[in-house]
Design a binder for this molecule. Structure first.
Ligand code: AMP
Ligand code: ZN
Length: 667
C-alpha cells in the first residue's frame, strides 16, 4: 500500500503515467497493464477527492468525460491556409525555380505525405497543452481540446516549457474505419468524415472509443532566434524528441537532386494503396524557416510550400466548341465545351483551357478526341489529344469578343485592354456584389446585365447613386424587384470595412490579407494608402506579409482607377475604416446570421436595425436560408417569416430585439 497522495506526489505520478501512456502508444509498454491500471486508478481517486487540484494535463483526461463540451471558437495565431497545387513533377520544378528566384537562394526542400484527414492546431503554453483547435475557416476554428486529449499520442505536457503551435492531421486508419463503419446504421463515406464526425462529438468519452490518430507536421515555436528551430527538419526533430507522432515518410532534396525527387514521387505514388492511412498527395516545403518568412503567403496559400496532388480519374470525350471569356481584370480565358462525360462521379461539360500556350502545347482543335480529368479531384482539365480530327490548332482570337479591342499579351495570358469593356464591367460588378463579398443577393447576373445594358450602371460605385425607379416598366422589374434592389444597396452600406476592402477586387487583396492588415492596426483605407506610399517596408513586420505581397499591393492599389473608385464609394456612404478594436460595440452576436423583414417603430429605415446587428459582430443577409440563425420580424412580415418558421429559424420581435440590445446578451 502506498502513502496517500499529496499535491506533489500526485503530480509526479501524473508525469509517470504520461510516460507510460506514451510508451504504450508507441508499442513498447514499460509496465504490465495491471500495474498501469492500479496507478491510474490511484490518481483518479485522488483527483476526484481534490477536483480543484486536478492538473489540466493529467493523464486521466485521456479517457474523456461525459460532460457535454461545446466548441467555442478560437482565432488562430497564424492563419491555417490552403496549399498551392501541382499535378506533375514538372510543375514542382517550375515552382522550385520560381521560388529560388524569389529568394535568390539555393533551396533545400522537404517532402511529406499530404494526409487526407482533419487539420488541427495544438497550442502549447510553457509546455502545457492549452487548447486544440480545428482549422475552421482558416482564421477561426473550434476548440476541441477535451476531445483531442483522448488521443493517446498527443502529449499533454512537454519535457521543456515550450510555447508553440503544432499543426497536424487527425486521421482514422483505413482498417479501423472499415471495422467501425460496418457497425454504423448510417455509415460514413470515408475515414476522413468519420474522423471529423468523431472529433465533434459532445461527449469526449465517445471520442475516446474511436482509435483516432494524429501525425504532426509543423511547429511554430516562440522564442529568441538561436533557441528555436531554424529549419523545418529541426522543427520535426524537436517534435519527435517531445514524443509527438510523425509520419515516417520524409524526403529531403537539394537543388541538384531532381531525379531523386521524381523517384520519390513515383515511389510514394506506388506506396499509396498499401498505406494504413489515406493520402491525397505530397507536400513540398522550403526547409529554411527564415526563407519561409521572407517568402510569406498570398491570402490563399504560403509561397514556401506546394502540394503535389495524385492523378485523378480520367475520361474520354470530344471537344465540340471553344469560346473565350473575358474576366473582371480583362483576362481572356478560352473554355472548351465537350460532349458531356462522367469523370469521378460528376458530369463535365465545360473545361478551362487557361491560355493560348496551353492550347498550342496540347495541339488542340475543334472535334478532337481528348482525355480529360478532374485535377485534384475538382477542376476539370484536358490532359491530351487522343485522336486529331481537326485540320488545325484552334486559332486564338486577336480581338475581344465583347468590345472588339485588340488583345494584349501580358505574361502567359491575353488581356482586353479596354477599361470600359462591357464584359469587364459586368465581371467587376458580379465580383463586388457576389457571395462572400458584399453579398447583394438581389443583384444577380441578369439584373446586372440589364443595369449595364440600360446604361444605368457602368461601374461598382454607380450602384449607389443609381435611380432604380427608372427600371419600372422594364420586363421583370416590378415594384417588388425594385424595392429589393434598394434594400440590397442599403444593406451594402452596413457592411464592415474589411468586407468592402476585400470586395474592391484588387489583386491579392482578399479576405485573409485584409484581416492581416486590420490585425496590424491599419484600420482605414487612407491609412493603408499612406502606409503603402510612405513606409511600405513597415508591412514586412506583419507576420504573413512578404515583399511580393507588398509590391503587388503597391502597384495594384495605388492606381488612379482604384483610388478614384474608393473615393466615390466612400462618398456613397460605404465603410472605409474599421472601428478601433476597443470601440467595437461588442461581439455579443458573433456567429449569428440575421435576416430583417417588415417595418419597425424604432428602426426606420430598417437598415438601422441591421447596423446594430453588424456592430455586435452579427451577420446580416437579405434572404432566409438554412444558414440564417435569427429573423428579426417587424410589422407586415410575410413570406420571410413563413420561411423562417418552416426552417425553424429563431424569430425575434422588435421588442425582444430592443431588450437584447440593452442587455447585450444573445437570444
Ligand atoms: P488544401 O486544403 O487541399 O489546400 O491543403 C492544405 C491542407 O493540407 C492543410 O491545411 C493540411 O490540413 C493538409 N495537410 C496534410 N498533410 C500535410 C502536410 N504534411 N503538411 C502540410 N499540410 C498538410
Ligand atoms: Zn473587351
Amino acid at each position: 500500500m502506498m502513502l496517500p497522495l499529496n499535491t506533489e506526489t500526485a503530480q509526479s505520478l501524473a508525469r509517470r503515467l504520461l510516460e507510460l501512456q506514451t510508451a504504450y502508444a508507441q508499442g513498447r509498454p514499460l509496465v504490465p497493464d495491471l500495474e498501469y491500471d492500479r496507478l491510474f486508478d490511484e490518481l483518479k481517486a485522488w483527483e476526484e477527492a481534490n477536483p480543484t487540484l486536478r492538473l489540466s494535463w493529467s493523464p486521466t483526461q485521456r479517457v474523456g468525460s461525459d460532460l457535454s463540451a461545446d466548441f467555442p471558437e478560437f482565432r488562430h495565431t497564424v492563419p491555417v491556409l490552403s496549399l498551392d497545387k501541382a499535378y506533375a513533377p514538372s510543375e514542382v520544378f517550375v515552382w522550385l525555380d520560381k521560388t529560388a528566384k524569389l529568394t535568390n537562394q539555393v533551396l533545400t526542400l522537404t517532402a511529406e505525405q499530404k494526409m487526407d484527414g482533419l487539420s488541427l492546431v495544438l497550442y502549447y503554453k510553457e509546455g502545457i497543452l492549452e487548447r486544440a483547435v480545428t482549422r475552421g475557416d482558416g482564421t477561426t476554428g473550434n476548440e476541441v481540446t477535451a476531445n483531442v486529449k483522448t488521443l493517446a499520442t498527443v502529449p499533454l505536457r512537454l519535457s521543456r516549457p515550450l510555447t508553440m503551435a503544432v499543426r497536424g492531421e487527425v486521421f482514422l486508419p483505413k482498417s479501423d474505419f472499415a471495422r467501425l463503419n460496418a457497425e454504423l446504421a448510417e455509415p460514413y463515406a470515408n475515414p476522413r468524415n468519420l474522423a471529423a464526425g468523431t472529433l465533434r462529438r459532445v461527449k469526449s468519452a465517445e471520442v475516446a472509443r474511436v482509435p483516432l490518430r494524429i501525425f504532426v507536421y509543423e511547429a511554430f515555436v516562440a522564442g529568441p532566434a538561436g533557441s528555436v528551430p531554424s529549419t523545418h527538419r529541426q522543427a520535426l526533430e524537436l517534435l519527435a524528441s517531445e514524443g509527438f507522432p510523425l509520419n515516417p515518410h520524409l524526403g529531403v532534396f537539394t537543388p541538384d537532386q531532381r531525379p531523386e525527387l521524381e523517384a520519390f514521387v513515383a515511389a510514394q505514388t506506388a506506396l499509396r494503396p498499401t498505406l494504413e492511412w489515406e493520402i491525397d498527395g505530397l507536400v513540398f516545403k522550403v526547409d529554411d524557416l527564415a526563407l519561409r518568412d521572407e517568402l510569406g503567403a498570398t491570402g490563399h496559400h504560403p509561397r514556401w510550400a506546394l502540394a503535389f496532388k495524385f492523378e485523378s480519374p480520367q475520361a474520354q470525350t470530344v471537344v465540340e466548341e471553344i469560346t473565350v471569356q473575358v474576366g473582371r481584370t480583362g483576362r481572356v480565358t478560352p473554355v472548351a465545351k465537350v460532349k458531356p462525360a462522367q469523370v469521378g462521379g460528376t458530369t463535365v461539360t465545360f473545361i478551362t483551357l487557361h491560355n493560348r500556350d496551353y492550347i498550342e502545347t496540347l495541339g488542340l482543335g475543334l472535334g478532337d478526341e481528348v482525355a480529360i480529368s478532374r485535377r485534384g479531384d475538382v477542376i476539370p482539365a484536358v490532359e491530351e489529344v487522343l485522336e486529331r480530327h481537326s485540320e488545325m490548332v484552334w486559332p486564338f482570337p486577336e480581338t475581344c469578343p465583347d468590345c472588339t479591342s485588340t488583345l494584349e499579351l501580358r505574361g502567359a495570358h491575353h488581356f482586353c485592354p479596354n477599361p470600359v469593356c462591357p464584359a469587364q464591367v459586368k465581371g467587376k460588378l458580379a465580383f463586388f456584389v457576389g457571395r462572400g463579398q458584399m453579398d447583394m443577393e438581389s443583384l444577380g447576373p441578369e439584373t446586372l446585365e440589364v443595369l449595364v445594358a440600360q446604361g444605368l450602371v457602368s461601374d461598382v460605385a454607380d450602384l449607389f447613386t443609381c435611380d432604380f425607379d427608372r427600371l419600372l416598366g422594364v420586363p421583370g422589374f416590378g415594384d417588388k424587384k425594385i424595392a429589393a434592389l434598394k434594400e440590397g444597396v442599403a444593406l451594402a452600406r452596413t457592411r464592415p470595412y474589411a468586407t468592402v476592402l476585400a470586395s474592391l477586387g484588387v489583386p491579392d487583396l482578399g479576405k485573409k490579407l485584409v484581416e492581416l492588415l486590420l490585425n496590424a492596426g491599419i484600420l482605414s483605407f487612407d491609412g493603408l494608402v499612406e502606409t503603402l506610399r510612405e513606409r511600405p517596408a513597415s508591412l514586412l513586420e506583419v507576420h504573413g506579409i512578404g515583399p511580393k505581397t507588398i509590391e503587388t499591393l503597391g502597384t495594384e492599389l495605388l492606381t488612379p482607377a482604384v483610388l478614384d473608385l474608393a473615393a466615390r464609394l466612400k462618398a456613397a456612404g460605404l465603410a472605409f475604416d474599421a472601428p478601433p478594436p476597443a470601440a467595437a460595440a461588442s461581439a455579443a452576436l458573433a456567429g449569428t446570421t440575421w435576416c430583417v423583414t417588415g417595418s419597425f417603430a424604432a428602426f426606420n429605415p430598417r437598415s438601422l436595425a441591421e447596423e446594430e446587428i453588424v456592430k455586435r459582430s452579427g451577420k446580416v443577409v437579405s434572404a432566409v436560408s438554412g444558414k440564417t440563425t435569427h429573423l428579426l420580424a417587424g410589422t407586415g412580415a410575410g413570406s420571410k417569416l413563413e420561411k423562417a418558421l418552416a426552417l425553424g429559424v429563431k424569430v425575434v420581435s422588435e421588442e425582444e430585439f430592443v431588450t437584447l440590445l440593452n442587455e447585450e446578451g444573445i437570444v
